[in-house]
Design a protein around this ligand. Structure first.
Ligand SMILES: Nc1nc2c(ncn2[C@@H]2O[C@H](COP(=O)(O)OP(=O)(O)OP(=O)(O)O)[C@@H](O)[C@H]2O)c(=O)[nH]1
Ligand SMILES: [Mg+2]
Length: 147
């Protein structure tokens, strides 16, 4: 198949969106260092050949961002759709394992409201990450940072 598969990563802050994007592309395109504050504040696109097919991935800032206003998040999501021109095949909702909370549900509603008001439900897949808390080494680094 020649048509590139277009994926847009969405989810809350710090849940592993950029890491998931790097895993899909097989390269370290998106910044995903271990920090206390959100790293991705603008939408960014990159692509790679994956199993013989070009895959385009767009990374986005977290929904309900602690750094961006609702309007800024909306603008970045709209830009993400533009970067995924002529339109994404799928939104990959990244969720930290065991944490599909009310916030995640509201995030999905927010996405539908922003991106396709009154239209069909978004084609959306869940991607579970272990999250920061499950990394023993990260815990160690965090306690070092706090010292
Ligand atoms: N153990 C574990 N750690 C992960 C996983 N995915 C991401 N991480 C770690 O979690 C932290 C956050 O990952 P990011 O990929 O930057 O998350 P993000 O959602 O892009 O974060 P922001 O862009 O800052 O909102 C990083 O330190 C990652 O190394 C995972 O599946 N398992
Ligand atoms: Mg990120």
């Amino acid at each position: 198949m020649n048509c590139p598969l277009r994926v847009v990563l969405v989810g809350q802050e710090r849940v592993g969106k950029s890491s998931a994007g790097n895993t899909i592309l097989g390269k370290e395109t998106f910044d995903c260092r271990f920090t206390m504050t959100p790293l991705t504040l603008t939408s960014q696109e990159d692509s790679a050949m994956v199993l013989g097919r070009r895959v385009s991935v767009v990374d986005t800032p977290g929904l309900f961002s602690s750094q961006l206003s609702e309007g800024q998040v909306k603008a970045e999501l709209e830009r993400a759709v533009e970067l995924s021109s002529p339109g994404p095949h799928v939104f990959l909702l990244c969720v930290q394992l065991g944490r599909f909370t009310e916030q995640e549900r509201k995030g999905l509603q927010m996405l539908e409201k922003i991106l396709c008001p009154g239209v069909l439900p978004l084609p959306c897949f869940l991607c579970f990450s272990g999250g920061v808390g499950s990394r023993r080494r990260s815990h160690h680094r965090l306690s070092k940072m706090n010292e």
